[in-house]
Design a protein around this ligand. Structure first.
Ligand code: PA5
Length: 448
């Protein structure tokens, strides 16, 4: 099923006739799209858009399924070490595809499927407390770093390896490790090779923040018994949809074009993604990194200083109606809001009545909580519209593995298209690399 994307409220004629995009842009952007599409095709042929192939990985799916079977019953916990693109995807998968508070469920309720803990930072309190809480004898550790040399992840690895060895001994500790990294390069690959530790590859032509549908996200997904084949099928469907030649029929490309245009002509520098679903809270965080790191660039494609990029913001409805939405409705006209509406909870959880209910609450009983959530989305969208604020809405049937893969690939493809509209390279991250190099220097790494 195709994701439905409604951009009506991005345009002036649906807002207050003053703010928003000029409806004439439908035609202008549509006419330019052929060139944008050709540029994406050219860069794809040049090897830049490797993530677009990720819907088709049958060999990896088979290997992961067999490997997962071989782990059966050995581990209660999966501990992921990684940062940025090597962590945010797995977090989003856990949040979307497992019930809330998964780690607090008993092993019996989890049906023997492990808990998942992610260590992203090197805050010693977090690391220490996490290692206090988990039983190393029952923990599988997935060390994830595409480069294989990121200081945070490698420092965690050294601490966690010692923790494992103290508990189970040097030889057995290796059986508690699985490494996800570049197929050839980097320190982690060398460790995996030298010590014969199970390892999975991060394809060299897929960047960190585009890697959730590689082994980076799929190893944790497989351990947690998620339907990885369905995730990839959803991604493949999104790639097919994003191949449409007309902008009007190509939702991912239209999303990219309109966000760019809103910044270019309406100074909408802030791009909010606001799912009305707790299941997509971490997805919004994942999107934030994807959009920020891909489009925030000092130079354009010709190498001229440009300092481009939107500022992505994550929000969750209805919670943020009582937090950030006041700013979205009444603050500067510098934002677009993208709502994500999930359709599967409309009839869920009917609100009960009580004999002594005050008359002012009589409107609630008999309605479902899902209907309330949906009414809040419509109300917020209308409140924004009435105040001349640009918004658009993506509709999702449900949040299962297929739809999540589809949603993730939708935004990855949109980011790829946005790179062309913004005229920047969406696949490098020189700012992040600079921080890494200065950290090496500050820590006295040889050669820096
Ligand atoms: O998207 C990116 O390239 C970055 O955010 C990386 O994912 C992050 O810096 C971690 O890098 P690595 O996976 O090499 O440890």
């Amino acid at each position: 099923m195709t994701l439905r994307y409604d951009d009506t409220f991005m345009f002036r004629d649906a807002l207050d006739q003053v703010h928003g995009l000029d409806p004439a842009l439908h035609a202008t952007l549509g006419a330019r799209f052929a060139d944008v599409r050709a540029e994406v095709a050219r860069r794809t042929a040049g090897g830049d858009y490797g993530f677009m192939k990720l819907g088709d990985q049958p060999a990896l799916v088979r290997r992961l399924q067999q490997w997962r079977t071989s782990l059966h019953g050995r581990f209660d916990h999966l501990l992921v070490l990684g940062i940025g693109g090597s962590a945010l995807g797995a977090k989003a998968l856990l949040n979307a595809l497992k019930p809330p508070a998964w780690n607090e469920w008993s092993a019996q309720h989890r049906n023997g499927v492990p808990t998942l803990t992610l260590l992203e930072n090197v805050d010693p309190i977090t690391v220490h407390e996490t290692l206090q809480r988990l039983d190393p004898r029952r923990t599988l550790v997935n060390v994830i770093s595409k480069s294989g040399g990121t200081a945070e992840t490698l420092a965690q690895y050294l601490v966690v390896r010692q923790w494992l060895e103290h508990a189970v001994g040097e030889a057995a500790a290796r059986q508690h490790l699985v490494i996800t990294t570049d197929p050839d390069k980097g320190a982690l690959r060398a460790i995996a090779r030298d010590e014969q530790i199970t390892a999975f590859d991060v394809p060299p032509d897929v960047g960190g923040r585009f890697s959730v549908l590689t082994a980076v996200g799929l190893v944790p997904a497989a351990v947690l018994d998620m339907d990885i084949a369905a995730l990839l099928a959803g991604a493949a469907a999104a790639v097919r949809d994003a191949d449409a030649t007309e902008l009007a029929a190509n939702a991912a490309a239209r999303y990219a074009a309109l966000q760019w245009q809103a910044q270019a002509s309406r100074a909408a520098n802030v791009h909010v993604v606001m799912p009305y679903s707790d299941r997509l809270k971490e997805f919004a965080e994942w999107y934030r990194q994807l959009w920020a790191e891909s489009l925030g660039k000092k130079v354009d494609r010709a190498g001229r200083e440009a300092n481009r990029g939107p500022t992505p913001v994550g929000a969750v409805g209805a919670t943020d109606q009582h937090s950030q939405v006041q700013l979205f409705i009444a603050g500067p006209f510098d934002k677009t809001i993208t709502f994500i509406r999930v359709m599967d909870t409309a009839d869920m959880l009917v609100i009960p009545s009580r004999p002594e209910l005050p008359a002012e609450l009589a409107y609630l009983p008999g309605k479902s909580m899902g209907a309330l959530l949906d009414a809040e989305l419509h109300a917020t969208r209308e409140a924004l519209r009435s105040q001349g604020r640009m918004s658009s809405t993506l509709e999702l049937g449900t949040v299962d593995a297929f739809h999540l893969g589809q949603l993730m690939m939708f935004f990855q493809v949109a980011t790829g298209y946005a790179g062309v509209w913004y005229d920047v390279n969406p696949f490098d991250q020189p700012g992040v690399e600079l921080g890494k190099v200065l950290t090496f220097k500050a820590m006295g790494r040889a050669g820096y």
